[in-house]
Ligand binder design. Sequence first.
Ligand SMILES: Nc1ncnc2c1ncn2[C@@H]1O[C@H](COP(=O)(O)OP(=O)(O)OP(=O)(O)O)[C@@H](O)[C@H]1O
Length: 314
Amino acid sequence: MADTSTPNATSGNWALEARGLGKRYRRGWALRDCSFRIPAGRICGLVGPNGAGKSTLLGLATRQVQPTIGDLRVFGVPVDDPAVLPQVAFLGQDKPLFKRFTVAETLRMGAELNPGWDAAAAERIVRAGNVPADARVGTLSGGQRTRVAFALAFGKRPDLLLLDEPMSDLDPLARDEMSTLLMAEAVERGTTVVMSSHMLTELEDMCDYLLVVSEGRIRMAGDADALVPAHTLVTGVVRDGSLPPELAAHTIVESRLQGRQFQAMIRPRGPLPADWERAEPSLEEVLLAHLRSPDAPPLYTQGARVDAEGTQAA
Ligand SMILES: Nc1ncnc2c1ncn2[C@@H]1O[C@H](COP(=O)(O)OP(=O)(O)OP(=O)(O)O)[C@@H](O)[C@H]1O
């Protein structure tokens, strides 16, 4: 696991810190009452169903979206402070690149716009995918364009790299290569990565921190290593056609009856009856249970929660 005390993030040990953060569009709240922390130097998976508010959260962190309420800090500095800009790189779903530029011109633009530009790293990423330097970006395949966008983001050598479903149009080899690159960056340079993804196995392989969003609210936040063991999958025999009353002594994330058996994903709050079978769930099982049950009580591991004092949702 990556070190949380990154030397690059000099202004704070929290890469992102939100207090009472909310965004309301005309149709309603896209994100509401969000208070959480993501430590520097970690790879954080941002998980949630379609329309949960993930892109809105990434938009707030990149100042493309203005908050309706609340406070967001990047390495301890308010997100609208100009000092934040050079520290952050963003790779969005639509990968906005100039279609008329060649690949080489795109990288030159990256060099001119970013004082700390790492030309070797950017060129390496493009070359590894055999993307011709003289090809116009508009003529590239979706996956090749994504690779060029990755090169731009990595070339900037950011302290915080925000990625909105970055791998969705990459082939399995390129996906594997980019995941390895991301993990190497996080470990070697202490870069904090926050990436939204619907690929639960990808998140399980790469991420050591998780932020689960559903219906605009935070449902889980914290160390993957602590979130998963907090849950237990229990199975038992149903006596009178309904869930056993003993379940109510625990935090129930999800429960279902299957014939004469019940199964539940719980967070135990004490000893479990001896006749219940129990199993430690996988990260994927925990995430799926939370995504299916948006009303389950939220869970934050130590440090992931922050008080939203002084802010009130309108
Ligand atoms: N510019 C906008 N104007 C109005 N509503 C918006 C706007 N952007 C997002 N929303 C709404 O805010 C909510 C959250 O959207 P958001 O794009 O953040 O979700 P998401 O979790 O990224 O979804 P997906 O997984 O489908 O990309 C949705 O209900 C969406 O319709």
